[in-house]
Design a protein around this ligand. Structure first.
Ligand code: SAM
Length: 445
């Protein structure tokens, strides 16, 4: 800092740092009549928290007379926290004079400082000079800066598309076919929510792929198309977990594939925005015993815990709009009737017992589908399971007043869905339609 800003606080009997902080914290709201000279000496204090509070309070005064001092703090203070606050202080002055200063700050190395400068420039965002400055950072290496600037330069347009409506030919339909073929026939922006558990990699007999890469390519093909058919800003919840392919002989090791982590980067590259990871926690008794050997030998490196979790990775179709925009599309009545009342999960760990089916080897517990549908969709929405197996998602959807659309490649599981849905009282809903791919093509044309 320059000599003008730096003066050591060496007076005898001067207040303690705590006292100064209490004083600065206690100032509350300040108006333009407040004398900034009371605060300026604290900008030279050697405690950065005190300098921070001083510049913060100067910001509350919103006095353009303090522009030079705030600029000096930005240029000279060694603490990035204090410099950041000085940029906020400059932004709060909301006067023409701050525009060239904030534009210069867009070159700062600290992304948080750049974001603060962008914030300060927003009240002037229609000025040519600010538009040009935003253009100059629209390819900024920092992803948040890039996203914000691009939204400001081309805000999401008003749209005539009706994001609420679902096509009738998709409502309560189950197609027996390869999802890759099915997806080709589905128009874009059709689905409100998708929840699926894809086939495993070589862990069950229904899933044979030449290589792990081929498996990931297959999933990527499906999830790319899923992105296209998903409505703007809506969710896709993917249930996966790492799998173990057992060793082929005593000489070799078993192999573990981290499917959720490997597929994640591909999903993000497609445009899916990562939102949350939810852990499905099962009781220990339901897990395959891997810890048995360790119990005996207790040798480090050969530790193999029992696996009692699966992931529910939550993604949202990319949009410049907030979730509020999605919610505002609905009538008040639908919002009211879809509210999640009573008990709900406070954390991202959901304790749910696994379920068993006589025909299908790996079914969703209905409780899991119920939760996903309740948290991530509204009444009358269309929910989709591309790898629907025994059709648990459909059962939950009907129960919770949503429509469903399913695809399943294997006839035996397709037939199992029929049995499962027949158990439900179906008189008040659109009757489920079980069709093959050719019939589905016919429905659409
Ligand atoms: C893990 S299971 C889903 C189970 C389901 N969540 C349930 O509750 O029953 C995956 C399903 O994907 C199906 N599948 C595999 N490849 C497929 C494909 N290309 N198209 C459609 N379904 C496929 C399998 O037959 C299997 O039933």
């Amino acid at each position: 800092m320059t000599a003008t800003l730096l003066k050591s606080n060496d007076k005898k009997n001067s207040p303690t740092d705590k006292e100064i902080k209490n004083f600065l914290n206690g100032l509350g709201r300040l108006d333009s009549n407040f004398d900034a000279n009371i605060l300026k000496p604290y900008l030279h204090h050697n405690n950065k928290d005190i300098r921070f509070l001083a510049i913060k309070n100067i910001g509350k005064i919103k006095d353009i007379e303090c522009l030079d001092i705030a600029k000096l703090v930005y240029e000279k203070d060694p603490s990035s926290m204090v410099r950041r606050e000085s940029v906020s202080t400059i932004g709060r002055m909301k006067s023409e004079e701050i525009i060239p200063i904030l534009i210069k700050i867009l070159d700062d190395n600290d992304p948080k400082i750049v974001l603060q400068a962008i914030r300060g420039l927003l009240p002037f965002k229609n000025r040519k000079i600010v538009i040009n400055a935003f253009e100059s950072v629209k390819n900024h290496p920092n992803e948040i800066i890039k996203e914000i600037v691009n939204i400001e330069l081309s805000p999401p347009k008003k749209t005539n598309k009706n994001y609420l409506e679902a096509h009738d030919f998709l409502k309560n339909v189950i197609v027996n076919g390869d999802v890759r073929e099915v997806l080709k026939l589905i128009p874009e922006d059709s689905m409100h929510l998708s929840f699926t558990s894809p086939p495993y990699y070589n862990a069950r007999d229904y899933s044979i792929y030449k290589s792990y890469n081929e498996y990931l390519e297959f999933l990527s093909e499906v999830f790319k198309e899923l992105y296209r058919v998903t409505k703007e800003g809506r969710f896709f919840i993917l249930n996966t977990s790492p799998v173990i392919v057992p060793r082929t002989g005593r000489k070799y090791s078993s192999k573990r594939y981290a499917i959720p982590f490997d597929i994640h980067t591909r999903l993000v590259a497609m445009g899916w925005e990562f939102v949350d990871d939810i852990i499905w926690l099962k009781p220990e008794g339901s897990a395959k015993n891997r810890i048995g050997g360790f119990i005996q030998h207790r040798r480090p490196l050969a530790y193999k815990p029992n696996i009692v979790t699966e992931y529910l990775m939550v993604y949202r179709k990319n949009t410049g709009r907030l979730i509020d925009w999605n919610i505002k599309q609905y009538d008040e009545e639908v919002v009211e009737s879809s509210k999640v009342l009573g008990e709900y999960d406070h954390t991202n760990v959901w304790k749910i017992n696994p379920d068993h089916d006589d025909i299908h080897p790996a079914v969703f517990p209905e409780e899991l589908c119920d939760k996903v549908i309740k948290y991530y969709s509204y009444k009358k929405d269309l929910v989709f399971d591309p790898f629907s197996g025994s059709g648990t998602l459909a059962k939950s959807a009907l129960k919770l007043g949503r429509y469903f659309f399913l695809s399943e490649i294997q006839e035996k599981y397709f037939n199992r869905i029929k049995e499962k849905l027949v158990e439900l009282p179906l008189d008040k809903i659109k009757k489920p339609k079980f069709i093959n791919l050719t019939q589905f093509k016919g429905e659409i044309q």
